[in-house]
Design a protein around this ligand. Structure first.
Ligand SMILES: [Zn+2]
Length: 282
């Protein structure tokens, strides 16, 4: 509908309003929809002149709140799309859909989200280990989604073959470097299915560079892997693997995904502060 501008005089000051949206009653102007008064108190302007501003009514405030909400929702959607890239189905993974929410690894994952800022400061990440098909990817994706919703920050979840593919897709070195820098600096990186990649010098070097740069920059990393935890914890004779493992040992707290008691494993770490943050024992 076209604006129908009307001007009235209030305390000797002209006030214009859209008559389609508001109407005059007893010398003031009110919104037709919510009934709130929209003419402000006359304000002294330059010299002896006065001016009356139009103020937002409840409808305006509600429209603005809705716009902000939509903006945040769009921002979250874009962050999630960027997080999972081609694995879009992971966007739907959420804690609310987990059938046994009382399982310890689920509690830890939720506490990781809740205390993310504090854990990130200490560079505490997680390593999800356990047999194939125990839901490691599912739980990691739940964390990614929830972190994005709660903090609206960038998260990336990739496995190493996807990273190699992403890098090779970028023809120019400058684009490759940019992508690589992003992996090293994103507030949370989730390396899914660590260990499925081919064991080559090039790949080992790349993985080490990413993990080590994040280690030095104090950026937390979550790793999910089918490699038995003992192999990572006891050290490898393979020097290329061992330098990756040693960084993982320093950064990532082991969480066994199988419903078994991991309290013991975390207890052994003697990281009291971290234990409190993850198990919720305060
Ligand atoms: Zn209104």
């Amino acid at each position: 509908m076209e604006d129908k501008i009307k001007i009235i005089e209030i305390d000797g000051v002209g006030f214009s309003f859209n008559a389609n949206r508001a109407h005059e009653r007893d010398g003031h102007v009110y919104c037709r929809q919510c009934g709130e008064q929209i003419d402000s108190e006359p304000l002294a302007c330059l010299g002896s002149k006065k001016i009356i501003f139009s103020r937002n009514c409840r409808c305006d405030r509600e429209t603005e709140a809705k716009r902000k909400e939509e903006e945040i929702a769009n921002h979250i959607r874009r962050l999630k799309e960027e997080c999972f890239a081609t694995s879009r189905n992971l966007i739907s993974y959420s804690f609310e859909k987990i059938i046994e929410p009382e399982r310890q690894e689920v509690i830890i994952a939720k506490n990781f989200v809740k205390n993310f800022k504090e854990l990130a400061k200490n560079n505490n990440g997680l390593i999800f280990h356990g047999n194939v098909g125990t839901g490691k990817t599912y739980l990691a994706a739940c964390i990614a989604n929830k972190i994005i919703e709660e903090y609206q920050i960038r998260v990336k979840m990739r496995n190493i073959p996807q990273i190699i593919n992403d890098i090779e897709k970028r023809g120019f070195d400058i684009d490759k470097n940019e992508y690589y820098r992003l992996l090293c600096s994103v507030p949370l990186l989730i390396l899914d299915d660590f260990g499925i990649e081919r064991n080559t010098e090039y790949i080992n070097e790349m993985v080490y560079q990413i993990i080590n740069t994040r280690y030095e920059a104090k950026k937390p990393t979550i790793i999910s892997t089918n490699i038995p935890l003992g192999v990572i914890m006891s050290g490898s004779n393979d020097i290329d693997k061992e330098r990756i493992y040693s960084r993982i040992r320093e950064m990532c707290i082991p969480v066994k995904i199988a419903g078994e008691d991991i309290r013991r494993e975390i207890g052994k770490l003697k990281l009291n502060k971290t234990r409190e943050l993850l198990l919720g024992e305060r």
